[in-house]
Design a binder for this molecule. Structure first.
Ligand code: ZN
Ligand code: ZN
Length: 457
């Protein structure tokens, strides 16, 4: 009997992690940390795996909600092999070391005694056990190219979400299971869209991030790009400067490339782009892996052709944004103590300035609360701080790296799996997919897997 278990503690985008018990092998798909919770509550239900050893862990991409708990799972299962792509290897390694630093400071500032969950030497030792696998090849669970009919083999497919992101196809005695991780089918500026199997999948495990967001009429990435450039120009013409709070991994590199292209064509006047220190580290990895198969082109070199400067809040006092400079600072949700949060009031307090979001903002994050504050209002960015007047123009531009719900639904219907597990979405998003699938494909077994309960495959 084969089962699927949702190790996430709730049906939401949290500490993503799923177990596949195939009888012949026990596999885990991702092991993330919850972006909004702290301490033990931020972890997936890893204790559920203690009774039997895990044979292999697949890490689909480096984002923290998929990778943050990988060291903890590896400590509990010292014989488990870990499979990922080469870009994910470098990006997740850098991210986990950053995560150690974040947890160390949270231990002090928030008084969370169990932090850090892992240390720099632990991360260094554990990542040596990771095995990078080429996209499209078939592998055995021993980490060898598969030529004989092994009971369990796997293949990684490009997922188009961030550099190195991959969907995992598992072949078990003739049954094919596909776990998408986070997916995006459309080309971005740097990245090629996903290339997933189009037939022959029996069980599909798929993300539903955008299940509550209908695609706006006439939405196109080109249109979003043009509207952002127009906003940047209007701010510049009014003598102001623009802040783009942005995720350090993935979105920073995409927007650097997009804005560089616009700057070269004379569509925006800015002479210098600023990014944060962590954004710089991930940007260097994007450059080192310019030949990765999911990159659309080697060029531009993000560091050499674009030459972004690094803005470090520790070395700057009395910061005043400059009109000809463009600031792409992490984090995207303006989380407390991040660079965009520390600099936000320098932009918000003048009406000629702009604060432009380019990715997802949780409504409860400082970014989400800023978006909900009317211009002319006031906002408390952080507890224990005075309110900041919101005089600047604040807007959102949807440069998503997730497929829209319509595109994902279309993919599921064309693929036509016997069984479909809906994951990585909040309750209304999961419900939208379930309703649409029951209407359009009544024979398909659609499951919203309850946390901690094995479901038969
Ligand atoms: Zn992701
Ligand atoms: Zn995710």
């Amino acid at each position: 009997m084969a089962t699927f278990t949702n190790l996430t503690r709730a049906n939401e985008i949290g500490a993503n992690s799923y177990a596949l018990d195939l009888g012949d092998a026990r596999l885990v798909l991702d092991a993330g940390m919850h972006p909004k919770l702290d301490g033990q509550a931020s972890l997936p239900n890893l204790e559920m795996l203690d009774a039997t050893p895990v044979d292999a862990l697949f890490l689909t991409h480096a984002h923290h909600d998929h990778s943050g708990a990988v060291p903890l799972l590896m400590e509990r299962h010292p014989d488990a092999r870990v499979f990922l792509t080469e870009p994910t290897y470098y990006l997740a390694d850098r991210l986990l070391h950053n995560s150690v630093n974040v947890m160390k400071s949270q231990r002090e500032e928030l008084g969370i005694p169990e932090y850090p969950f892992y240390t720099h030497p632990q991360v260094a030792a554990l990542t040596r056990r990771w095995q990078a696998c080429r996209l499209g090849d078939r592998w055995t669970l021993d980490g060898h190219p598969s030529r004989l009919p092994d009971p369990v083999t796997f293949t990684l497919h490009s997922a188009g979400h961030i550099l190195g992101s991959a969907a995992v196809e598992i072949d078990h005695r003739g049954r094919r299971i596909l776990y998408t991780g986070d997916i995006n089918f459309a080309d971005q500026t740097l990245l090629r869209g996903a290339e997933l199997p189009t037939s022959g999948i029996d069980t599909l495990i798929i993300e539903t991030t955008r299940g509550v967001q209908p695609n706006p009429e006439g939405y196109s990435r080109q249109d979003v790009r043009n509207r952002l450039l127009q906003a940047l120009n209007q701010v510049h013409d009014a003598g102001g400067s623009s802040l783009l709070p942005i995720f350090a991994m993935g979105k920073t590199q995409e927007l650097l490339a997009l804005l560089h292209e616009a700057r070269q064509r004379g569509e925006i006047p800015h002479d210098t782009f600023f990014i944060g220190g962590l954004g710089r580290s991930f940007t260097e990895i994007y450059d080192r892996l310019a030949d990765a198969p999911d990159r659309l082109a080697r060029k531009p070199s993000l560091t050499e052709d674009i030459r972004p400067q690094v803005l470090d809040w520790r070395t700057l006092r009395d910061f005043r944004p400059k009109r000809n400079h463009l600031y792409l600072l992490p984090s995207g949700m303006m989380t407390t103590r991040t660079t965009s949060n520390r600099f936000a009031s320098s932009f918000l307090n003048r009406e000629e300035n702009g604060v432009f979001f380019v990715g997802y903002c949780d409504p409860e994050s400082p970014a989400g609360r800023l978006r909900a504050t009317p211009r002319g209002g006031k906002l408390q960015l952080n507890p224990d701080e005075p309110e900041t007047p919101v005089r600047a123009r604040v807007e959102h531009f949807d440069f998503t790296s997730h497929a829209t719900r319509e595109v994902i639904l279309d993919y599921i219907l064309r693929l036509g799996p016997r069984q479909c597990f809906l994951v990585h979405g909040d309750a209304p998003a999961l419900a939208w997919f379930q309703t649409e699938l029951s209407r359009s494909a009544p024979a398909m077994k659609v499951v919203i897997p309850p946390p901690g309960q094995p479901v038969d495959l």
